[in-house]
Design a protein around this ligand. Sequence first.
Ligand code: ARG
Length: 566
Amino acid sequence: MDEIKKIIIDSIKKVLENDEIQVEEYIEKPKDSSMGDFAFPCFKLASVYKRSPMEIAKELYEKLTALNLEGVGKIEAVGAYINFFADSNVIASQVISKVLSKGEEYLKSDLGKGKTVCIDYSSPNIAKPFHIGHLRTTIIGAALYNLYKALGYRTVGINHLGDYGTQFGYVIEGYKRWKDEYDLDTEPIKSLVSIYVRISALAKEDESVIELARENFAKLEQGDKETVELWSKFRELSIKEYKRIYEKLDIEFDSYNGEAFYNDKMDEIVDILEQKQVLTESEGAKVVNLKKEKVPCMILKSNGSTTYATRDLAAVLFRKREYDFEKCIYVTGGEQMLHFKQVFEVAEHIVGKDVAQGLVHVPFGMVLGSDGKKFSTRKGASATIEGVLDEAIEKSRETLIQKGKDVEIEETAKKIGIGAVIFNDLKNSRIKDEVFDLDDMLKFEGETGPYVQYTFVRTNSILEKAGGLPSQVNASLLKEKEELELIKKIADLENVMKQAAEEYEPSVLTRYVIEVATLFSKFYNECQVIVEDEELKNARLALVYSTGVVIKGVLGILGIKCPDKM
Ligand code: ARG
């Protein structure tokens, strides 16, 4: 499709003979395909040629038609627009031959070659629960990571762990008192959270606890050996447990540099801000006043300690030096909007305006239960996020057994269960609240992960029955409406991926893959694949294969695996 677009742009330029006119920028893709695959509006030319846009469109239309453009089936002038209809034979041949020759590589591009994108995501807080919001940042972040990678960027996945802060003073205090009551080795997250909750409650009754917690934290800051060892043990054990969740989702990070990593890197930030004379006193604290935000960004608290923002500023500088990123993307809940606005503005003083422009906050909405209230994990086995994931797998397992499917149950249930959770999370624009209803997301029909996976499985079994993929294909035989619509969708993939990346919006891909699945069903209902006519059969098989490649590839980017059978 891009080849055809280029031919159209070049020929409009040729006909206009005017370098000033930005043809590339004016050309549009009509929403409604009855208006063509590309459209060129002539409004902006009216002032240049001092004639009505309609007249200009008409004249251009005549000149362009005379050129007999390759790959363009039909041109029309409608009002002020010239509409171009791609020649479906040409598209079909181009797309199908590209998928056939590239296979899974069809989803790869080199758009981002030589550029680096850092993605800061997941980033749970030690001694605080790994809640459903963290599951969202993990899923969205991983999808963006895979997407940018597929587009040819170098990607750096960073887990900016909340591994520092006064809560450690409390946890250490609680641990000293009750360590025998908890099983930190097997259940670190749960134990640390319980200890934290318990000691915080005690601190409300007994002020001396606050003092002791403060002392512990001061010791940690001063590098007291025993305290640091405890902190480090809590951190290690927690990471080990997080990794178990990440493994279920098949996610790996390139860096686990969390907040603590920046402890020795914050003086430089304070120095820079002082040098630039942007640091001001406010009630004993040091802050930077902002132009774009009313609330100043606090750099040093009145007791001299640094803040979450200071650590993020140190992280910006470190990442710039270490990775030389083009973009650094932060995936967190919408409630951190102000924090990132503040950090990004102050970052202009640290790394300069240009670099700071590459800092992007990608917020997302809340998770609601099926009752419309804020989602909360239930008691028992599904009381943790890991438990929820296991429950999704368990339910898929039951369905597979119930339906009497002849498949490798364990592996398939995992792919379906986890896939359903991921798909549900990415189904709507991320800023919308998500409804988390396991039964609903695990359905085999409707806009669900299992439905799309199942469509892939169908493509697979059609090919299997036909004895595999033909080597010779004449795709111009694909002329039915359902065939052409599916082909055009497949041809659109690269644009869709670009759009999803530009908008940091995996739902663009989810919507797309649902459309592919739906168009495939229509095609399969209307056009028999295994027909007498060998040539037509081969062309249709190639379309089936291409659909499978696209579905599996897009799901893969989203973080969802496709079973071969289900
Ligand atoms: N730990 C934070 C939280 O759970 C998220 C950190 C996001 N990343 C960052 N660089 N601030 O809310």
